[in-house]
Design a protein around this ligand. Structure first.
Ligand SMILES: Cc1ncc(COP(=O)(O)O)c(C=O)c1O
Length: 396
């Protein structure tokens, strides 16, 4: 029965109780991405907090998008598996890396971003109370995606470098395999492996992945992107016995186009879930995504961007983690003292140290020293940002 207000009228603001699942997985908390979205920030703000590119895709890609919008077929539903040209493009890029002749009918699924792909895997495979291990800091969407599907998150932290030197490497964030072993229970269903890791930039080594693989009775989700300094990006699916347990995810984020690659035994049930959740993904942009030359020429550009930012941190004298992969740098801001009266925009007031969002409450202190900087921005923007960041010295 609806509550009565003081004036005796029925309070109509909460007539219909919402589902209790929204009370789990921090789903009701405002997500950091919305808080720090451009719309909430002053116009002259340079946002290095979010990992979006501030430059347009290459012209041949936008041209392909335009052509797709002007033709008939791509403006309708695509097959729930994804448009065949995109599946063929994914096959030719990933097949050699996975040493497989991928079957475009049963081993590749186009999704509405990595998020929807992962959500569909959880829907397809989790039973109520199944446990999903995630390494902290974790990408925040994993948590509600797991709990909405009845899963129970189990957290295993990556341990930050303990040495007090200025620059540490992302591979100094370590996984304690004994701790991981202790976290596994008979209810464990999955381990989410995110490599190169967002936000740490860690590229899990072959040894680490072999140790995880040997513990795995479950399948894993991988996030695939950029690896610097010639560091080898080992695909867990390539380790002995792991193809059948692994689903690899990747995406062109803003377009809400992503894809999953894995054995038919994982992809087919996931297709059933994804078909009922979104039916299919943005069709015209799938056609354009076929023309994306997956990361060609990007490494040197990203290495330059990383250098602009990290040189500035060296100069300021703040500790940071040099990423071996991804486009994020973790800066230790524990020595930065925010003045009480610093004019933070109202929308982000009190959120100066939001890195805690990537940990469970119990482990939040592990990450409280850090802020994440994204360098997927053009060099001029990064240089402008660096000019402003130099002023951090005044607050140390
Ligand atoms: C580790 C990780 N997983 C999942 C996602 C979600 O990807 P998408 O935006 O394609 O849904 C992201 C996006 O940045 C991410 O960094």
């Amino acid at each position: 029965m609806a509550a009565k207000t003081n004036s005796g009228n029925v309070d109509r603001s909460n007539l219909i109780p919402f589902s209790s699942r929204l009370k789990e997985g921090k789903a009701l908390a405002q997500d950091v991405w919305s808080i720090f979205a451009a719309a909430n920030l002053p116009a002259d703000c340079i946002n290095l907090g979010q990992g979006y590119m501030n430059f347009a895709p290459p012209v041949w890609v936008t041209k392909a998008a335009e052509e797709a919008l002007h033709s008939v077929a791509p403006n309708h539903y695509s097959h729930p598996r994804g448009r065949i040209r995109l599946r063929e493009a994914i096959k030719s890029f990933y097949g050699p890396q996975l040493n497989r002749d991928l079957d475009v009918e049963s081993e590749i699924l186009v999704t509405s971003g990595a998020n929807e792909g992962q959500y569909s895997v959880f829907t397809a495979f989790l039973e109520q109370g199944d446990e999903v291990i995630m390494f902290e800091p974790f990408f925040d969407q994993y948590l509600p995606s797991v709990t909405f599907n009845g899963g129970k998150p189990v957290y295993v932290p990556l341990h930050p470098p303990t040495d007090s030197k200025i620059k540490s490497s992302s591979n100094e964030w370590t996984l304690d395999i004994a701790e991981l072993r202790r976290a596994i229970t008979p209810r464990t269903k999955m381990i989410i492996v995110n490599t190169p890791h967002n936000p740490v930039g860690k590229v899990f080594t072959k040894q680490e992945l072999e140790a995880i693989a040997s513990l795995a009775e479950e399948f894993n989700l991988l996030y695939d992107c950029l690896v610097f300094d010639g560091k080898e990006h080992v695909r867990i699916a390539n380790l002995p016995g792991m193809w059948d347990r692994t689903v690899t995810a990747f995406a062109a984020t803003g377009w809400r186009i992503g894809w999953l690659i894995g054995p038919a035994s994982i992809i087919q049930p996931t297709l059933a879930a994804s078909t009922r959740i979104v039916f299919c993904s943005n069709s015209p942009l799938q056609e354009a995504a076929c023309h994306w030359k997956f990361f060609e020429n990007q490494l040197s550009e990203y290495a330059e961007r990383r250098k602009v930012l990290c040189d500035a941190f060296d100069e300021i004298g703040l500790k940071y983690t040099l990423p071996e992969g991804s486009y994020f740098v973790l800066l230790d801001i524990s020595e930065v003292k925010f003045p009480e009266d610093y004019p933070f925009p109202k929308s982000v007031l009190g959120r100066g140290r939001d890195f805690r969002s990537f940990y469970c409450d119990e482990h939040a202190n592990i990450g409280e020293a850090y802020a994440r900087f994204a360098f997927c921005k053009d060099v001029d923007t990064l240089k402008k940002a660096v000019e402003r960041l130099r002023r951090l010295k005044e607050y140390m």
